[in-house]
Design a protein around this ligand. Structure first.
Ligand SMILES: O=P(O)(O)OC[C@H]1O[C@H](OP(=O)(O)OP(=O)(O)O)[C@H](O)[C@@H]1O
Ligand SMILES: Nc1ncnc2[nH]cnc12
Length: 170
């Protein structure tokens, strides 16, 4: 089925001038959800065993968990500042409509592990790039960053030195 039809444009959210790509209709459709998870898992390079999938808060959690299950990998959340309970490392970052700080538990990744990072949208790349840096600080190897969609005109791909894959390009 055509998952693109289930992504809704919301003008002027969360700020004037931003066209927000809303994935909630896609997530609510049982066939689209499964198809999306299957296709994202299939994007992962099949010659490297993924140890852990990272989902980026909040919209990266849903399909990140489904991809981890399909790849037989663990799941690691990267969260906004102040949400993870144990010892963390942090990275400040800028995104299409603001800035924030992301955190990961220091014991979430063992040095040398192969990591796949998932999020719903690649826009400027600020968010995904910060997560790559967190993974590398812990000694993880980023195998791929994958996304439901990529906003090509914001050139997020240029900020990521790793393999980048997405299901839809705008
Ligand atoms: O490529 P960038 O310009 O960095 O933008 C992409 C990020 O923006 C959105 O998250 P948001 O910070 O809105 O958080 P949410 O998932 O909690 O709504 C999206 O889910 C990505 O994480
Ligand atoms: N235009 C957009 N729609 C949805 N999520 C985003 N994250 C950054 N830019 C976005």
């Amino acid at each position: 089925m055509n998952i693109e039809k289930l992504i809704r444009d919301v003008p002027d959210f969360p700020k004037k001038g931003i066209v927000f790509k809303d994935v909630t209709p896609l997530l609510a459709n049982r066939k689209a959800l499964v198809q999306c998870a299957d296709q994202l898992a299939a994007l992962s390079p099949n010659d490297i065993k993924i140890d852990k999938v990272i989902g980026i808060e909040a919209r990266g959690f849903i399909l990140g968990g489904m991809i981890a299950e399909r790849l037989g990998a663990g799941f690691v959340p990267v969260r906004k500042k102040g949400k993870l309970p144990s010892e963390v490392i942090s990275k400040k970052y800028g995104l299409e409509y603001g800035e924030d700080t992301l955190q990961i538990h220091t014991d979430a990744i063992v040095a040398g592990e192969h990591i796949l990072i998932h999020d719903d949208v690649l826009a400027t790349g600020g968010t995904a790039s910060a997560v790559c840096q967190l993974v590398e600080e812990l000694g993880g190897i980023v195998v791929q960053c994958n996304f439901i969609m990529e906003l090509d005109f914001l050139k997020g791909r240029d900020h990521l030195i790793t393999n980048v894959a997405s299901l839809i390009n705008y």
